[in-house]
Design a protein around this ligand. Structure first.
Ligand code: NFS
Length: 628
């Protein structure tokens, strides 16, 4: 039996693993131990796209065999990779579509519980789409923005609207390569078609569609999601937050919201603040109602409103083991089916709220945007009743981390430039003069197959020590927040150059940008860096790199591919879903870069990840002639 400290570096989760063992409750860490991955599947050397198979190749001798239809290892691995990208892109774009639908309801007046909150952002989005704003009503502008952004999904010809934000030379490369997305629905559909039995069997041709599909996520669905969420709920600006399981309160009604779309948590904020429900909680003997987020839902409201965050993907069951959670409510994505079962062990109310994501046997109370409080009020009432009847001993880990988060790319511009000359010049200048060596995005999931948070934290420490400014999203951001690296004081761990910049501006060396769809903010930041000048003409010229050290979701593969296709060197950790020593591997790891795109990298331990990223940053500095 593995010791908790070998499973995770998160002390709260360690403590809850021990408690779960005492309570006889199985967690996903236990199953990860029992269920060993299939080595053929892990190397993507298995094809099950038709009933002549499944055909298993030999990953150690990949060209020895072909499938029954004759499919080569390159065809098989590329098709598998393409379907992961299609699934990941579908997840982000469908999330963006839901935000867009909400926006349409607000504009048409059928949805009244949400409003257009950020007029400034609406104006900026409109301007970036060449929509006239002068002297026009907010609703008129919004309707035009809606119509234009809808094309991200439905357009069948031409280029998706937000490629207008892509630096000219990068876009030129995409056009030359034939990978500019037309519309997300079309790209995902075509990806699924071309990966079916007997269609596209040329790994290079398939890889072009993989890039085109992924770009429909990054510069399409994900970006729409971020923009619309900012317009409806406000663009984040720096806010101090608390994180880790110590944010749960023994004497309060604890409600955790876990998932991805911000509307559930936004509605829950209103319900938990309602005087009548506060009163009901008080009558039940509670000192208040404590609303807490987890995973990306949590990051959306942490950035915008400073709501506390209890932990990342690998801690969702562990939070229930505290016995202190009165209700956990979920919507879509990264919700483990066993949460329902673990919640049951502690009589925690567990509720699914979205028609797209029910769990067998779990209670479902649907969130209807036309009357969102009906759902969230009901959940709060159930949580209060669970509080009143608490029958399990409670053990809440004491740890609480503090940090500053909510760095939108707009805010980075403002903060570095000051109110009179907002812009990316100071960042570029500091990169050119060498105080900052480069910028790295460290993002993505945690995974029970690698020690939780360990690679995220070690990698980021290595990077900042070497004067690399780190930007973050997703579960990775939560890992660093728990580790205390998102405070301005963490500049003490940075190299002298980066520390000087951080101290002058008063920022942490690790900037949290939000949820996984907010990786689009990183795309916007790198686009701004190119447009500001001095660092080359395309994103591929920048001294930047990306990494998802503990990834697990297909969404992460889609994100990785859109960063690569945008020109960023992107390293994935612990496993990579392709067969080594194949032509497809060579294309992803070397070939794409020679076409003017970025490239993939892979490493197993965080120090090697850092070494690869630093080497790439230095190579780019050298090419720019700024390798002082
Ligand atoms: Ni991203 Fe958010 Fe976390 Fe991974 Fe899942 S919560 S969308 S996929 S596990 S970072």
């Amino acid at each position: 039996i593995i010791r908790p400290e070998d499973i995770t570096i998160c002390e709260s989760t360690q403590q809850m693993i021990s408690k779960a063992r005492r309570d006889g409750v199985e967690l996903f860490f236990d199953r990860a131990e029992e269920l060993k991955p299939c080595p053929i599947g892990a190397d993507s050397a298995c094809c099950k796209h038709c009933s002549m198979g499944p055909c298993r190749m030999n990953p150690t001798d990949p060209y020895k065999r072909v499938g029954v239809c004759g499919a080569s290892i390159d065809t098989i691995a590329t098709r598998n990779f393409g379907r992961m990208v299609a699934a990941g892109t579908a997840a982000h774009t469908d999330h963006g579509m839901a935000m867009l639908e909400l926006f349409r309801g607000v504009i048409e007046g059928t949805i009244t519980d949400f409003q257009i909150k950020d007029h400034l952002k609406l104006g900026e989005v409109a301007a970036s789409l060449d929509i006239e704003t002068d002297g026009r009503e907010i609703k008129e502008i919004a309707a035009d923005v809606y119509r234009e952004l809808e094309k991200t999904y439905t357009q069948v010809e031409g280029e998706i609207p937000l490629v207008k934000r892509v630096p000219a030379k990068t876009l030129e490369t995409w056009r030359r390569e034939g990978i500019v997305p037309r519309g997300a629905m079309r790209e995902i559909m075509e990806m699924m078609h071309r990966t079916a039995i007997g269609v596209d069997q040329d790994y290079e041709n398939l890889t072009k569609q993989i890039s085109r599909t992924a770009l429909a996520d990054g510069w399409g669905g994900s970006m729409v999601s971020t923009d619309i969420s900012d317009i409806l709920f406000g663009t984040p600006s720096p806010v101090e937050i608390t994180v880790d399981m110590g944010v749960l309160k023994e004497d309060q009604v604890n409600i955790i919201v876990h998932g991805h779309e911000p509307n559930l948590l936004e509605a829950m904020m209103v319900s938990t603040a309602a005087p009548s429900l506060q009163q009901m909680a008080a009558e039940a003997g509670a000192k208040g109602i404590n609303l807490v987020g987890m995973c990306c839902s949590g990051l959306e409201v942490l950035s915008r409103h400073g709501i506390p965050h209890a932990g990342n993907f690998s801690s969702t069951e562990a939070a229930l083991v505290t016995g202190a959670v009165d209700a956990m409510t979920v919507d879509i994505q990264c919700i483990k089916q066993d949460l329902h079962k673990v919640a049951g062990c502690y009589d925690t109310v567990f509720v699914t709220t979205n028609y797209r994501a029910k769990i067998e046997g779990a209670q479902h109370i649907e969130l209807d945007e036309h009357d969102p409080l009906k759902c969230t009020d009901e959940i709060v009432i159930k949580a209060i009743s669970r509080f009143k009847n608490r029958s399990h001993p409670i053990e809440i880990p004491r740890r609480v981390g503090r940090g500053v988060h909510g760095f939108s790319h707009e805010y980075i511009k403002y903060m570095l430039g000051g109110s009179f000359r907002g812009g990316y010049e100071p960042l570029n200048d500091n990169i050119i003069n060498g105080r900052i060596r480069g910028v790295a995005g460290v993002v993505g999931c945690t995974n029970p197959r690698s020690k939780q948070d360990f690679s995220h934290v070690e990698l980021v420490k290595e990077l900042i020590k070497n004067d690399v400014l780190v930007v973050q999203t997703g579960c990775s951001q939560v890992a660093l927040a728990k580790a205390g690296l998102t405070t301005p004081g963490a500049a003490a761990l940075a190299g002298a150059g980066l520390a000087e910049v951080c101290e002058t501006v008063g920022i942490p060396p690790v900037l949290g940008l939000g949820s996984c769809v907010d990786n689009s903010r990183i795309l916007m930041a790198v686009a701004e860096m190119v447009k500001t000048g001095g660092l080359g003409e395309s994103i591929a010229d920048l001294p930047v790199a990306g990494c998802a050290p503990e990834w697990m979701s297909e969404k992460a593969i889609a994100i990785g591919q859109y960063f690569v296709a945008s020109g960023v060197f992107t390293v994935f950790g612990h496993t990579f879903p392709i067969t080594r020593e194949t032509k497809f591997e060579k294309l992803l790891f070397e070939g794409l870069a020679s076409k003017g795109l970025g490239s993939w990298g892979f490493a197993d331990d965080p120090y090697e990840m850092a070494r690869l990223m630093l080497a790439h940053i230095d190579k780019k500095r050298q090419a720019l002639g700024i390798d002082t």
